[in-house]
Design a protein around this ligand. Structure first.
Ligand SMILES: C[S@@+](CC[C@H](N)C(=O)[O-])C[C@H]1O[C@@H](n2cnc3c(N)ncnc32)[C@H](O)[C@@H]1O
Length: 244
């Protein structure tokens, strides 16, 4: 019998925000392939899992996925594609040998997660292998909770975008929606803050760093995150702009 690949959302950082299902599947799978953003670096997702599930007896593969921009409808950087192929090939080997594999991923797998790229690559290699996606608590909900505010109420329109968008698309989106969640903000504060200021939205924005993790921080004055202030936000940072 073939094994199953489980892409498991492990939540935004606090192990208590892992679902019972995520814990049960990680306990059951003998092989974990965990994504790491840095070469030879640690996997954040794995760190979260290890707060709850005992790793002894597991085969744990930490796999490096380079963090490069991916645009839908365009070919990814060859280095990125290579990493997806290598991960999928390893997973296929285990599944064909009858071993279940868990791919723990930060937050929810449906939101900017490498897990789905790995699945697509796996389907190209072996379309008949079973895959299950286990949803998790996203940093989006965790950030709103940390800030103590809703994302949307009533007939509000909510949108989620990477802040790495060029300013024209950001402006258009900020104009059109009532609530805007900006992810991947840490390197673009120097152009985001002036844009929000110009649009009179700076006081509607909250920056949440490391929500649910130790080191969680809420900033309502986003100008403190400009590079000149030497207090740049962590990679795990999300901005919520809520107009109403
Ligand atoms: C590649 S996306 C992964 C999103 C993830 N799949 C989710 O559902 O939360 C990474 C971005 O998520 C956001 N993020 C992840 N963890 C976070 C946390 N604990 N607090 C605030 N933002 C976080 C940041 O904007 C970061 O740049």
């Amino acid at each position: 019998m073939k094994g199953t690949l489980y892409v498991v959302g492990v939540g935004p950082g606090d192990p208590e925000l892992m679902t019972l299902k995520a814990v049960r599947i990680l306990e059951r799978c003998g092989v974990w392939l965990a994504p790491a953003a840095k070469k030879d670096g640690e996997s954040t997702a794995l760190g979260i899992v290890e707060g709850v599930v005992n790793r002894s007896g597991k085969e744990i593969i930490t796999h490096h996925f380079p963090m490069k921009k991916i645009r839908m409808g365009q070919s990814p950087d060859p280095e990125v594609k290579k990493a997806w192929n290598a991960a999928a090939a390893q997973i296929v080997g285990h599944l064909q040998a009858g071993r279940d594999v868990a791919f723990p991923t930060l937050g929810d797998p449906a939101i900017y997660s490498t897990g789905f790229y790995v699945c697509e690559t796996l389907f190209d290699l072996a379309p008949d292998l079973p895959v299950e996606i286990i949803p998790g608590v996203s940093a989006i909900g965790a950030s709103a909770a940390a800030a103590g505010q809703p994302l949307c109420l009533g007939d509000d329109r909510l949108v989620v975008i990477p802040a790495t968008f060029e300013n024209g698309r950001l402006r258009e989106t900020l104009e059109q929606f009532d609530s805007v969640v900006l992810m991947k903000v840490h390197r673009v504060m120097d152009r985001l803050v002036p844009l929000l200021t110009e649009m009179n939205l700076l006081d509607k924005a909250v920056l949440v760093e490391r929500s649910s993790q130790s080191g969680q921080r809420i900033r309502r004055d986003l100008t403190t995150a400009l590079t000149g202030n030497n207090d740049e936000p962590h990679y795990f940072s999300t901005i919520i702009v809520r107009k109403s």
